[in-house]
Design a protein around this ligand. Sequence first.
Ligand code: HPA
Length: 275
Amino acid sequence: MSHTIIQQLAETYAYLHHHGFTEARTGIVLGTGLGDFVQKMEVRVAIPYHDIPHFPVSTVEFHKGQLLLGTIGKQVVMAMQGRFHYYEGYSMAEITFPIRLMKMLGVERLLLSNAAGGMNPDFKKGDLVILSDHIHMQTENPLRGMNDPQFGPRFPDMSCPYDEALSQSIHAAGAAHGVVFKTGVYVSVNGPSLETRAEYRHLRAAGADMVGMSTVPEVIVANQVGLPCAAVSVITDECDPDHLQPVDISDIIAVAGMADKKLSTVLAAMVSGFA
Ligand code: HPA
């Protein structure tokens, strides 16, 4: 962690503090499956990423990138509408910059969602799967480089990267809304090309239930800074190497849209119940 980043974080903190973001206690990365979540929020402040000092500049892929501050019930929430992916060309430091900020601003818990390919044969398109653990297979670790002790340990413990109480709360809120959550191990890959049949076999043999191109860098940094987190994958395609179908992007989007209502409803209900 270079001194430049520390200085940048301090400047961005000051800007967001000025806009009220120090009130947020729950942080959310609105990935696939949480598009509707914004409708559940009473949004107070919405700032496009390009207006926030030192925030990574968005690629054309998501012009919607903005940071939201709002409430759900009495809970003050800070939400990232649009995340940064490694395959877009961002550095790991850029991808995880907002997570460090959340911690500095006083956020106490982090929720994330993503789209993933299901390799576990029990997983079907549209399933919602809580991450029990992960395998980081991207090229780079976000903590590589100089570490300033004020952010946390040089060698963070990763024996329990996903907070069990938070994950349990998702299960419970799901049960209250008739939504079943499965549980699985997520492996992160660089992308953006999807996997070959041989790669799906390899990743499955490595112990993963689903594969995607995000989330793990953010979770590694959340663990370093001591921010409890939980994450949910929306299974958008079934990756059985012996019956692999070419991926149809419009199909993936349709599947994600169907899961969105369920996941947004459940997580909003859960967040509104936080003390
Ligand atoms: N592989 C990697 N990332 C993905 C997939 C996949 O099959 N589906 C959705 N995101």
